[in-house]
Design a protein around this ligand. Structure first.
Ligand code: ADP
Length: 273
């Protein structure tokens, strides 16, 4: 970085290590008003499930909603919404799938002949695919686009952070992750990228006993509140371990979940981002 760095790469021609790539413009057939990234420090904490719940709640409120599944090596969004098959496309671009409540979706699984095939691609190809999901898909008019980001803080999430015009991010975490350094890394990465963090959603927070109604904090209690203080970020939702939620997600019926008000506070803040 030059001594006189203004942190505005658009006015500088130096090719330094801190150079931020230009944000990719969308195409002429798309007008996306707000882009929200959903990130996690590592896989398996429920990032895709939370992305799906947020999108379902946004759509329920009457917004034109879309999901860009940027988790190229672990795509879970089509499964959560019961989407199978191949996207159509023509010279103008790729047509996204639409879920039963009208959410537009693009995912690598909707472009593979066999959705069970692993994506064994190098980082630059994966990053290029995510960029194409933004530039080559005909999204039309979208009020809220949710990006299911690749987990972690490696090369691919970094490129996605830098190429998509994110208006804000939501960090999804589990109680165990909160007490490790993983969430700090995700928070610090967003800060380095100058992307506003809307807040934290704690998944697998507790289990409500169906017999006695008591909440059991299986992975520990209090870590979310401590993290909120440490990072100065609000906890937007605490999602319980819910076998019904897992079943809906794993059988393509996430839009049927009747407890989606659990993410109401998060969607309220997203609308203000
Ligand atoms: P990630 O995107 O972080 O890798 P997923 O959203 O794909 O994680 O979730 C991983 C698995 O955990 C899925 O099978 C999902 O149905 C299940 N799961 C996620 N959150 C919950 C929850 N709160 N209760 C029950 N199962 C959940």
């Amino acid at each position: 970085m030059s001594e006189n760095c203004t942190h505005d790469c658009s006015t500088c021609s130096e090719n330094c290590s801190s150079r931020v790539p230009k944000k990719e413009p969308c195409n002429q057939y798309s007008n996306v008003k707000k882009v929200i990234g959903v990130v996690s420090g590592k896989g398996g904490v429920g990032k895709s499930l939370v992305t799906s719940l947020l999108a379902a709640e946004s759509a329920r409120r009457g917004n034109k909603t879309a999901i860009l599944d940027a988790d190229i090596t672990g795509p879970s969004i089509p499964k959560a919404f019961g989407l199978h098959g191949l996207c159509d496309g023509d010279d103008l671009g790729i047509i996204p799938f639409t879920t039963k409540t009208g959410i537009e979706v693009i995912s690598v699984n909707l472009l593979l002949e066999n959705e069970k095939s692993p994506v064994v691609w190098r980082g630059p190809i994966i990053s290029g695919t995510v960029k194409q999901f933004w530039t080559d898909v005909i999204w039309g008019n979208v009020d809220y686009m949710y990006v299911d980001m690749p987990p972690g803080t490696g090369d691919v999430p970094l490129t996605v952070f830098q190429s998509l015009p994110l208006d804000g991010i939501i960090i999804v975490t589990s109680p165990q992750e909160l007490v490790s350094l993983i969430v700090s890394k995700a928070v610090n990465m967003a800060k380095m990228m100058n992307v506003p963090i809307i807040g934290i959603i704690e998944n697998f927070s507790y289990f409500r006993c169906p017999d006695c109604g008591k909440d059991h904090y299986i992975f520990g209690k209090g870590s979310a509140d401590a993290a909120a203080v440490e990072f100065g970020l609000p906890i937007l939702a605490r999602i319980p371990i819910d076998p019904a939620l897992a079943t809906l997600c794993d059988t393509g019926r996430i839009e049927d979940y009747d407890g989606a008000e659990i993410v109401k506070a998060a969607v309220d803040l997203i609308e203000q981002a």
